[in-house]
Write a protein that binds this ligand. Structure first.
Ligand code: SF4
Ligand code: SF4
Length: 223
């Protein structure tokens, strides 16, 4: 899932300064699960904006609303009344949701309340580990389901680099060496022979390093 974390209160108050009618928009999918932008977080942030308004000596009218997904037009369309009545939308979605709301309501300022940090899964409650960077050419079938693009600090396709110590990465001793993990996983699968297969250079051109990418499912496109 996509993981985000709320921006600092100082930053949020700075970006909302001057707006007295704010729609705080939550998203019910990834950012709800990662405890950053669901109903509960919307409620906390709304209270904070109101309290700050009072402290500044004026009333800030805050409307709350959490839709299923801010990354789909159908759901974002349902926000139209709340968006219309607000001076600004403070979106608690990931950057994708913020951009879709901004595109669909071009006359409104749409402000990001979160920093979108990574795609990953939780390793324990409230801790998420990045494990995919959407490189566009997945090789997990060759690496025992462990992603070197994301989890090797040098993004080596043919690791390890030789600096790994006791299973930890030489770049960060707190982090597992991805290639050590791959080695042990392949060993457990009795497929260590895969380690000696040379992987070709990574196609960084399709990994998003040269502008935005597009996925098209031709058979489903309505002309
Ligand atoms: S190889 Fe690419 S697509 Fe597969 S998990 Fe890694 S970054 Fe994601
Ligand atoms: S120690 Fe392992 S994870 Fe770190 S850069 Fe080298 S191969 Fe990659």
């Amino acid at each position: 899932m996509i993981v985000g974390e709320r921006k600092s209160v100082t930053e949020i108050l700075e970006m909302t300064k001057g707006y007295d009618r704010i729609f705080v928009a939550g998203c019910g999918t990834c950012v709800t699960v990662c405890l950053a932008g669901g109903e509960k977080e919307v409620s906390v942030l709304s209270s904070l904006l109101k309290i700050n308004g009072k402290k500044q000596g004026h009333e800030v009218k805050v409307v709350e609303g959490t839709i299923e997904r801010q990354c789909e037009r159908e759901w974002v369309g349902e926000m139209k009344d709340k968006v219309r009545d607000a001076e600004a939308v403070l979106s608690m979605a990931c950057g994708i949701g913020v951009q879709l709301v901004a595109e669909m309501y071009p006359e409104k300022p749409v402000l990001p309340a979160l920093n979108t940090t990574l795609m990953g899964f939780p390793t324990q409650h409230a801790i998420w580990l990045e494990n995919c960077r959407a490189c566009g050419d997945c090789i997990l079938h060759l690496t025992g389901g462990i992603c070197p693009v994301t989890r090797c600090a040098k993004q080596l396709m043919n690791g390890p680099c030789g600096g790994s110590q006791n299973g930890k990465c030489e770049v960060d001793s707190q982090t597992d060496c991805a290639w050590a993990l791959i080695y042990y996983k392949l060993k457990a699968m009795d497929r260590l022979d895969w380690m000696s297969k040379i992987q070709p250079p990574k196609r960084w051109d399709i990994a998003g390093h040269s502008g935005p990418r597009k996925t098209v499912k031709e058979e489903e496109v309505v002309p």
